[in-house]
Design a binder for this molecule. Structure first.
Ligand SMILES: CC(=O)N[C@H]1[C@@H](OP(=O)(O)OP(=O)(O)OC[C@H]2O[C@@H](n3ccc(=O)[nH]c3=O)[C@H](O)[C@@H]2O)O[C@H](CO)[C@@H](O)[C@@H]1O
Ligand SMILES: C=C(OP(=O)(O)O)C(=O)O
Length: 457
């Protein structure tokens, strides 16, 4: 049983990791991969546990750097957090701090999700502007506007978002909120804040992502009254308090999608379990469109079989149920080896094509025109030293390395460790040849906390 403390070793881990991942490409994969719990659900639900002053037990929580950091943020707020394998116990009876620590929040986009629950519980919250992947400006104006419409006074000064609720009750008030864009984070912030508000809140043009539904289901399990999560209109009827619950996080659709692409790019036969096939509709339909066979086996298993060279296609990233931006980089790797020209349009984030230069270093032929990447399929990629620039970019480079001829060496692994649990070990188990070479001075033990696959593949 590990007590998650607010220690500062997280900061050290956030620095550039000098370890590298060495991949010997060209080996087909086969077998079954176990998919972990969803990072983006787990992070929002951990914040959601702040809404409740009783025990919350979360199951199927992935062991990831982001989850660890979020645990440290909760601890720094005075909340009890204990982790045992994939079970995380949170008790937020005493939130002794209304201010989240800058050093932790600045590393993690999802840390801003504590704003809504702290404000709803205490009537006051101070949260630094968040960090996260460098994939765009990522403002929080929609979160702030929603909270203001619910009666909060919000000022942003010196990089800190200061919010408080006037009045004796210090409770937020239900409101009708139209989101200019279906932001995942803003929908989650407003939904959490509204669970304890006075009266009814309606969120129009809400995000429909499965992680929003998962958070709503968790809040409902604690007694919140939420309807319509997963549609464009969510209605929340505020209650005075929430109660203890146990809840299991959904499987990670982005991790599952990444493994589907691993199967496709290495022309393999790979099964994934557990998954929610309905969460993969856009990804599966693109894989089928380019010639891969994807089967649903039972209610929670997917199998991909790809033997031939795949064809080109165009992709536009969109809010769910559209094609996920978090799968864009991985598909780009796949399309570099497809036959013909593909156009990938990134519409969700304004700076999410930084992997292009690294893929070109491996022999890909990709040109960027504003937010479009024009990918001309090449017959082979060749292994090279490359640098991961963000989380999904790092996954894309791993995928390219699995398919490339020769050796690929990936630096910047601190991004990969934010969002993939035991990626090397999972890939080794299905036949991939890769290993992590630890940086000098970095103990195996330290790395093994997050990744138990330091053995050579
Ligand atoms: C921790 C987490 O769950 N991260 C996910 C979440 O991020 P996140 O919640 O940050 O993504 P959003 O849906 O909020 O962002 C989408 C777009 O809306 C813009 N925007 C957002 C909020 C706001 O107040 N103002 C504004 O302009 C953003 O800059 C971006 O261009 O959803 C993204 C879109 O599916 C995913 O890529 C991230 O993996
Ligand atoms: C962009 C991502 O994460 P975050 O929002 O935490 O930066 C992601 O999961 O791909």
């Amino acid at each position: 049983m590990t007590r998650v403390t607010g220690s500062t070793d997280t900061n050290a881990n956030a620095k550039e990791d000098q370890s590298v991942l060495e991949i010997l490409g060209g080996t087909p994969l086969s077998g079954q991969v176990r998919v972990s719990g969803a990072k983006n659900s787990a992070l929002a639900i951990m914040a959601g546990a702040l809404l409740c002053s009783e025990d919350c037990r979360l199951r199927n929580v992935p062991s990831l750097m982001d989850v660890r950091r979020m645990g440290e943020i909760l601890s720094a707020l005075g909340v009890k957090v204990q982790q045992d394998g994939d079970v995380l116990d949170i008790n937020a009876q005493d939130i002794s701090q209304s201010q989240a620590p800058y050093e932790l929040v600045s590393q993690l986009r999802a840390s801003f999700f504590v704003m809504g629950p702290i404000l709803a519980r205490l009537g006051v919250a101070k949260v630094p502007l968040p960090g996260g992947c460098a994939i765009g400006a990522r403002p929080v104006d929609l979160h702030v506007r929603g909270l203001q419409l619910m009666g909060a006074d919000v000022q942003i000064e010196h990089g800190m978002v200061n919010a408080y609720v006037r009045g004796k009750s210090r409770r937020l008030k239900g409101a009708h909120i139209y989101l200019d864009y279906p932001s995942v984070g803003a929908t989650e912030t407003i939904m959490m804040a509204a669970t304890l508000a006075e009266g009814e809140t309606t969120i129009e043009n809400a995000a429909q992502e499965p992680e929003v539904v998962d958070l709503a289901n968790f809040c409902r399990a604690m007694g919140a009254r939420i309807q319509g999560a997963g549609t464009k209109t969510i209605v929340i009827d505020g209650v005075p308090r929430l109660h203890s619950t146990e809840y299991s996080i959904i499987p990670d659709r982005i991790e599952a999608g990444t493994f589907l692409v691993a199967g496709a790019i290495t022309r393999s036969d790979l099964s994934l379990y557990p998954v929610v096939p309905d969460h993969q509709t856009a990804v599966i339909s693109k894989l089928r469109a380019i010639g891969a066979q994807v089967f649903t086996e039972g209610s929670d298993c997917l199998r991909i079989v790809a033997r031939e060279r795949l064809s080109a296609t165009d992709i536009e990233t969109l809010p769910y149920p559209g094609f996920p931006t978090d799968m864009q980089a991985q598909f780009m790797s796949l399309l570099t080896l497809s036959e013909g020209d593909s156009v990938i349009s990134e519409t969700v984030f304004e700076n999410r094509l930084r992997h292009v230069a690294e893929l070109n270093r491996m022999g890909a032929d990709i040109r960027i025109k504003s937010n479009h990447a024009i990918v001309r399929g090449v017959p082979i990629l060749s292994g090279a030293p490359v640098l991961a620039t963000d989380l999904r970019a790092s996954a894309a480079l791993v995928l390219a390395g699995l398919a490339a001829q020769g050796k690929t060496i990936i630096k910047g692994l601190q991004h990969l460790d934010r969002g993939y649990e035991n990626l090397e070990m999972k890939l080794q188990k299905v036949g991939a040849r890769l290993r992590r070479i630890q940086a000098e001075g970095k103990s195996e033990d330290e790395s093994a906390k997050l990744n138990s696959s330091t053995l050579a593949g």
